[in-house]
Write a protein that binds this ligand. Structure first.
Ligand SMILES: *Cc1c(COP(=O)(O)O)cnc(C)c1O
Length: 390
């Protein structure tokens, strides 16, 4: 026996979501954003699952890219944050990295650091987010300087949208106007859409898109959008490890602020903020006990949560508890915890084992049907994905 908290990762759902993202790009291409360990899903298995169909990957920094190369992922990788130190430049050619440039200090560093072969550089333009990027009026000058350098290959103009998840805001279209004005007379490719723009803003069509969160089956929008069908990729689950019956009026958990209002059956479940379950999830946040919704009770602690299973009389020790997954969306848990799915997914801690599987037939949930701990996926040396029996 070992601690029952696991994150099951459905790589076929991931591929399905990627295909949806790609279908939304028009004539453009979609690079999968797999920064922050693929939003907690494991960057290497995620990259392997997408590699055959995805022309490039995007990560935040060189260190994240190195992990992929060490695992023999060979597709181009875009460093979204560019380089942070001039010494990183020497890795671009040997490792086939593409690099964002967002500031003049990087242009100066690049001018004084000849590279042995041309590298594609992605110029970030600040069209209104005001976080990273050159001012639109500086872009022609930047391109002029870069074209003087033999070690600069293709140049792509990239921008990031601040409010694409707000479908009633005109900010996205205004950012696109700024981009179009910046582009006038420049012969460069463009890269614009994140998940929200791919799903909600066809006007953000460009040569490249950068979907992230939607690949993992979570919606970038706060409201339900029933016409968008994404397949949740991660199921974070555990088991009941203790049960007790309490009378009304008992204070429960740290701080004792949660008090039972009636005769209550309380399940103690392995899993807490030390695994990445949000500490701020209040009492009432749903979990699934044997597929049935039950509310959290008391405060989330590091290794354990308490769940009111009074309405779920058949609950037994060892029963499955899902914190989020296909039947309980991570977006709903995030809303209860007053955060976004990104932080929950990316926050799943290293101590939680990831079990990979690939289930092509959506009607049969292989890993669950066969018992949560029986099946785990394994990648063969040739990149094929196989199911291993423990
Ligand atoms: C993280 C990131 C993305 C992906 O955004 P999603 O909302 O997850 O689709 C795209 N572009 C940049 C620059 C990013 O940092």
């Amino acid at each position: 026996m070992s601690r029952p908290v696991v994150a099951e990762i459905d790589l076929y759902a991931l591929l399905d979501n990627y295909r949806l993202a790609r279908s939304r790009t028009g004539n453009g291409r979609a690079m999968a954003v797999i920064k922050a360990d693929a939003y907690g899903h494991g960057a290497v298995p995620v990259a392997r699952a997408l590699e055959a169909e995805c022309p490039a990957f995007a990560v935040a920094c060189l260190e994240e890219a190195e992990v992929l190369r060490a695992a023999a992922i060979n597709k181009p990788i875009l460093l979204l944050g560019g380089f942070f130190d001039v010494n990183e430049l020497r890795w671009l050619v040997p490792r086939n990295y593409w690099c964002v440039l967002h500031s003049f200090w990087q242009i100066q560093a690049l001018e004084s650091s000849p590279l042995c072969a041309p590298v594609p550089f992605w110029i970030k333009v600040d069209t209104g987010m005001h976080r990273l990027g050159f001012s639109p009026e500086d872009v022609p000058g930047v391109i002029f300087r870069l074209r003087e350098l033999p070690w600069v290959g293709e140049i792509v103009l990239l921008t990031h949208l601040a409010r694409a998840d707000e479908l009633d805001s005109d900010k996205t279209l205004r950012q696109m106007q700024v981009l179009r004005r910046t582009l006038a007379g420049l012969r460069v490719q463009t890269c614009v859409a994140n998940s929200a723009a791919l799903l909600g803003w066809p006007a953000c069509d460009a040569d490249w898109a950068r979907p992230g969160i939607m690949l993992y089956g979570s919606s970038p929008f706060a409201e339900e959008t029933p016409d968008i069908i994404l397949n949740p990729v991660m199921t974070l689950k555990s088991q009941i490890i203790a049960l007790r019956d309490l009378p009304a009026g008992e204070a429960v958990g740290y701080g004792g602020q949660y008090v039972t209002r009636r005769q209550t059956r309380l399940a103690t479940v392995a899993g807490g903020y030390g695994d990445g379950y949000p500490r701020h999830a209040p009492p009432g946040t749903p979990v699934l006990v044997n597929g049935q919704r039950c509310p959290l009770a008391g405060r989330v602690s590091m290794d354990l949560v308490l769940v009111d299973v009074t309405e779920c009389r058949q609950a037994r020790i060892g029963d499955e508890v899902v914190f989020w997954g296909k039947e309980l969306k991570v977006d709903e848990v995030a809303a209860h915890a007053r955060t976004i799915s990104y932080t929950l997914l990316a926050g799943v801690m290293p101590r939680v084992p990831r079990h990979y599987f690939s289930c092509r037939n959506k009607g049969v949930r292989l890993a669950i049907a066969a018992g949560p701990r029986i099946l785990a996926g394994e990648f063969q040396h040739d990149g094929a994905f196989g199911i291993r029996r423990h």
